[in-house]
Design a protein around this ligand. Structure first.
Ligand SMILES: NC(=O)c1ccc[n+]([C@@H]2O[C@H](COP(=O)([O-])OP(=O)(O)OC[C@H]3O[C@@H](n4cnc5c(N)ncnc54)[C@H](O)[C@@H]3O)[C@@H](O)[C@H]2O)c1
Length: 448
């Protein structure tokens, strides 16, 4: 067998083992819909806004799933639109404004996918589990620790599955980085430092078509003071958790996963520096420092979330004494860099863990002349990560993992207990901004 073929076979194998870890198989993109079979899982979508539609699109590609109900309080807009879309994809469904009415009437459901604003997650998820449904609930698990705790307790009491929407946990690229690059090959050596960010450009508040305004009585009933707060709930205390919770939780979840540890202390500086505080109660800018005590030693981590400048987008970087891993959910970023003192990585290239770096043309040097500049620092070459999502939407493997777990074919990659640990960390960062001091975290705080 030639070595190119061997590499390809190993890569296919790596892809499939990463897929198996996530409980997914790389099936071709199919629109599953149509007709419905007896063993289809019957699913309701609760919250049919921007993310609800992203999840719906991914689920329409997964065979064996049938939508039978949709619930959303924005009757004249999102509810109507998504219900009609599902009809068009041959998923006939009943549409509801109120989740309690849906749970009272829909007796045939297996599961619910929840994509409502964060402050509704706990009441929605708990009511659904109590009604006997398995729950996929978007992050942030809850905007309060009490809410998140109640979800874990209800999950334990009912025995239903609870998957939290930190979808990178099922992403084959992330699984490959954790299992093969960090754990098996130990290509980073001892990890000492982590760095990550989500930088997002400044943007105007979300609006709404005036012809589709929700009556004030309905807004009040569901906890929104007006249409502005309903559309921009992320910025309001009591409704969302601000950008560190909304965006940061995805990546700080990866810090804990890859380090196999929760932080022992946090410090943070932040504020509503740019937007109007009346409509942006949560901090638009947060810079946080986290300390971890891992089996190998102390790890210090930095995380930044900006909502005024999009420089370099979003990524996580893990730095060790042998190498650096830089990874992002965005497929454009995923490389490992070897420290000059680390042993060669030919073996890991041969195994298909990383691609060989592309040859860089160096200007010819006179070796006898020695360094030409005392400041000369050679950037380490980039070894690319060979595992890709193969065109699959980011959320699909995580949803697939949830449905496979319902069928007893996989273990959840982000059960309630893990979602809870991440919620503790990000809510603590908001607390540290407020307190303006270093806050210690007791390991017991991460467990319900
Ligand atoms: N995993 C990810 O990458 C990701 C990305 C974006 C959003 N999210 C999460 O998804 C959730 C929804 O975010 P979004 O951007 O779609 O928000 P959104 O405002 O666009 O959608 C929320 C929807 O929920 C409906 N709704 C509000 N209260 C309700 C209630 N009590 N009962 C029924 N419906 C209700 C709204 O009418 C709206 O259609 C949030 O928790 C968010 O953090 C996750």
């Amino acid at each position: 067998m030639n070595s190119e073929k061997t590499k390809m076979d190993r890569r296919s194998f790596l892809r499939s083992t990463a897929a198996v870890s996530a409980g997914i198989a790389f099936s071709p993109m199919v629109f599953a819909g149509a007709g419905g079979k007896d063993d289809d899982l019957k699913v309701a979508l609760l919250g049919a806004g921007a993310e609800g539609q992203v999840l719906m699109d991914s689920m329409l590609k997964i065979p064996g799933i049938r939508f039978t109900a949709v619930c959303d309080i924005w009757e004249a807009y999102n509810l109507k639109r998504v219900s009609r879309l599902l009809d068009r994809y041959k998923h006939p469904n009943n549409a509801y404004v109120d989740y309690e009415e849906m749970l009272a009437k829909e007796k045939d459901l297996d599961a619910v996918v929840i994509a409502t604003p964060d402050f509704w997650h706990s009441p929605h998820a708990c009511a659904c589990m109590e009604a006997g449904l398995h729950v996929y609930c978007e992050k942030e698990m809850s905007n309060t620790l009490e809410g998140a705790k109640k979800m874990v307790e209800t999950q334990k009491k009912t025995g239903k599955l609870l998957q939290i929407g930190h979808q990178r946990r099922s992403n084959p690229r992330y699984i490959h980085c954790y299992e093969n690059i960090i754990q098996n090959a130990k290509m980073l050596g001892r990890i000492t430092t982590v760095n990550g960010q989500w930088n997002r450009a400044a943007s105007a508040d979300l609006g709404w078509p005036k012809t589709a305004e929700i009556p004030q009585e309905t807004l009040t009933k569901y906890g929104y003071k007006d249409m502005g707060a309903f559309r921009n709930w992320r910025w309001y205390k009591g409704l969302g958790g601000g950008p560190i919770v909304d965006l940061g939780s995805h990546q700080i979840d990866i810090y804990a996963w890859f380090l196999n540890a929760n932080p022992t202390a946090v410090m943070a500086s932040g504020g509503t520096d740019y937007y109007d505080k009346a409509t942006h109660e949560w901090y638009d800018t947060v810079l946080a420092l986290l300390e971890y005590q891992t089996k190998e030693g102390v790890v210090r981590a930095f995380y930044q979330v900006l909502t005024t400048n999009s420089n370099q987008g979003y990524y996580e970087t893990f730095m060790g004494d042998q190498g650096t891993l830089s990874i992002s959910e965005a497929s454009s970023r995923g490389s490992v860099y070897r420290e000059p003192t680390a042993p060669q990585w030919d073996k890991w290239v041969e195994m298909g863990y990383v691609n060989a770096p592309k040859a860089v043309e160096e200007p010819e040097k006179d070796a006898a002349a020695g360094p030409l500049d005392v400041r000369e620092t050679v950037a380490p070459p980039a070894y690319e990560i060979p595992v890709t999502m193969e065109g699959m939407p980011y959320h699909q493997p995580h949803l697939q993992n949830f449905f496979d777990a319902i069928r007893g074919k996989a273990k959840l990659t982000c059960p309630g207990e893990i979602g809870y640990e991440t919620a503790v960390t990000v809510l603590k960062i908001n607390e540290a901004v407020e307190a303006q001091k270093r806050l210690a975290l007791d390991p017991a705080e991460f467990h319900v």
